[in-house]
Design a binder for this molecule. Structure first.
Ligand SMILES: [Zn+2]
Ligand SMILES: [Zn+2]
Length: 347
């Protein structure tokens, strides 16, 4: 079958013929209908994700049809249209049983721990606990475009920050996940302030429901500007880039007792930022919340909000490409120019 593979970190990526994936006993093989292109794929290719051992096939935001089922997979059968969270949890440890599968200590991250879905077919283990059947009317590109971004944003805003209607939500960074946060915040009835340095991203944020936008280009005190616009600071602020500067801006834009949620994956020098502990955490009594992924058990709540017409994630997908175009789509993430979400939908 065809797959996009790289042989070494940062090296060339190309469509090549690879062996068919083997179906795990507790898993399935999925014929990929669509796969999202994500900044995490770029991080993986660059070598900043420790789970990857090249040669490697990326791709963790997929949807498709089951074409093979292992003997120990009970809940799913061939022909079902499915997706899955990128964190494949074990389903047996206390965290999984208690509903907190995203912190499972035995997790397998598809597209990182094993080959992913930049391919005609992908194998998935632990299917019974992790697979999610798609609502009948949801197409593969929309499901893949939701990818890790809409699902992660849902957990961040709904489950972690517990955003309430009428609260101010500041969103620092309006790439795919930031725009997803804007969309979900607006659907929940919050006032949403979107912040970016890319005017195209801010236009899209406004279209996704942002109440106000702030162009941070050349601005010295972004936190001060956020506090001014929101009349004293946001109650919830999300960092969606993984950069030290936006992390600090996010904290500084919060009202007293505000909740910061860290969605952006901080790598390299951004992994250990200095923190104004006295001013912000002690005196202003802020909370810092981490978030990563969404458990399969929480997908139905997200699907219900979409089916009720409260939001439309298909509007995040701004570009559909072929598998052959995928290597260039990852490589161009060296910059931050593109707006919205790119999905591979032809294989
Ligand atoms: Zn577990
Ligand atoms: Zn992703």
């Amino acid at each position: 079958m065809k797959a996009v593979r790289f042989e070494e970190f940062g090296g060339p990526m190309a469509v090549t013929q690879v062996a068919e994936p083997e179906c795990p006993a507790d898993g399935v093989v999925i014929e990929v209908g669509a796969c999202g292109v994500c900044r995490s794929d770029w991080h993986g290719w660059k070598g900043s994700v420790s789970r990857i051992a090249p040669p490697h096939v990326p791709g963790h935001e997929f949807a498709g049809v089951i074409v093979e089922t292992g003997p120990d997979c009970r809940r799913f059968r061939n022909g079902m249209r499915v997706t899955a969270p990128f964190i494949l949890a074990c389903g047996r440890c206390p965290d999984c049983v208690g509903g907190d599968a995203t912190v499972c200590a035995h997790q397998h991250v598809v597209g990182f721990s094993s080959w992913g879905a930049y391919a005609e077919r992908v194998a998935l283990q632990r299917a019974d606990f992790n697979l999610v059947e798609l609502p009948g009317e949801m197409d593969f590109a929309t499901a893949a475009g939701m990818g890790c971004r809409v699902t992660t944003a849902w957990r961040a805003v709904v489950d972690r920050a517990r955003l309430a209607p009428g609260e101010w939500l500041a969103v620092h960074g309006c790439g795919g996940v930031g725009l997803s946060v804007v969309m979900i915040g607006a659907a929940l009835g919050a006032q949403v302030l979107a912040i970016d340095v890319n005017s195209g991203a801010l236009e899209m944020a406004a279209a996704m429901g942002a109440t106000r936008t702030l162009d941070a280009e050349g601005l010295n005190d972004v936190g001060g500007a956020v506090r001014e616009i929101t009349g004293g600071g946001a109650q919830v602020s999300v960092e969606a880039l993984g950069i030290t500067a936006t992390f600090e801006n996010s904290l500084r834009g919060l009202a007293p007792l505000g909740r910061h949620v860290q969605i952006g994956m901080p790598t390299g020098i951004h992994a250990t930022p200095a923190l104004p502990l006295y001013e912000l955490i002690y005196a202003r009594q802020l909370q810092i919340l981490g978030t990563r992924g969404l458990a399969a058990s929480r997908f139905p709540a997200l699907f219900a909000a979409i089916q009720a017409g409260r939001m439309d994630p298909s509007r995040l997908v701004t570009r559909r490409i072929t598998l052959e175009e995928a290597p260039a789509a990852i490589a161009e993430m060296d910059g931050y120019a593109r707006v919205g979400v790119t999905v591979i939908d032809r294989f």
